[in-house]
Ligand binder design. Sequence first.
Ligand code: GLY
Length: 365
Amino acid sequence: MKKDFDIVRVELGPDSYDIVIGSGALDSLTGFVSGKKYSRSALIITDTNVGPLYADRVKALLAAAGITAAVATIPAGEASKSLMVAEEVYTTAIEAGLDRHSPVIALGGGVVGDLSGFIAATYMRGVPFIQIPTSLLADVDSSVGGKVAVNHRLGKNLIGAFYQPDAVFIDLDCLKTLPAREISTGLGEIVKYGIISDAAMFDYLEENAEAVKALDTEAVRHLIIRSCEIKADVVSRDEKEGGLRRILNFGHTMAHAVEKEAGYGCYNHGEAVAIGMVCAAHISAALKLADEALLGRIEKLCRQLDLPTRVENCTVDKMYEDIFHDKKTVNGVVSWVLTPCPGETAIKNDVPEAIVRAAMTYCCA
Ligand code: GLY
């Protein structure tokens, strides 16, 4: 692999892999696949937004290693994360003659990554998988850690697996084509990493919010590397979410309720996480785990990064009901990931209903 890219290693024994980060990181794809015993046929899965920008380049990079790639282009948007779309992509894979050693390459944001990983995990009982995330949110979250899934009409990500990629290539140049709202949604997850694991990163975000929003190269590189390091460390210690990995769900309990009640697509994921982090900070303060000042800091930082801190058009009753149907709720017990201060978490399974409702009410516009 080229020396001038940053590498973050996800240590998972025989399933360990590198996250290659940098401007032009995509170009190291040819060298990487040349060093693998892959078959000569591959499948690039992308969507109608990203495919026109990068699919030909990825095809050429694979061709330079002697691999011929078919391209499956799915409609952009969450609706494509379905078994129906997966079925169509399997057809493309079969028709293109993919065998058990043919790599599936995810080229796109979280929807493409999750669907592609699901296909890689299941096609011929599992084929090699490479992630090329093209959104900030996918760079720091969904492309790393091996959670792959499709949605069911009764809930998001209900059909899936843990299936690690062979490598992740985060090309910082891809961020240049992202709309501002897509940058903000990625920043929602980046704020989360600061809160759960790195007080200095939280301070850095407060001090550099404007530079970060303007995609200052050094600031963005630093934040992506640090986020990947934190996620890699957590995943290395708890791949299948037996315990520690739950801290990555900070802000997500309410976020999932917000996404559902507002209607999927109304708030994008990082925006809903921002509201959920305010909710979790409110609960942390109400339980006297944290002081009110932390709630204020989180709200202020989210606003600086153009992230919402309040949800519109959702009722507390409905959102309260939703948290009991969340994937993370077991036997009716909701595990709240809370925080006493940036860099630390506390998981509480017995938060009184009144405190949760008060926090949700606070988060309603
Ligand atoms: N997005 C949370 C996780 O990967 O565990």
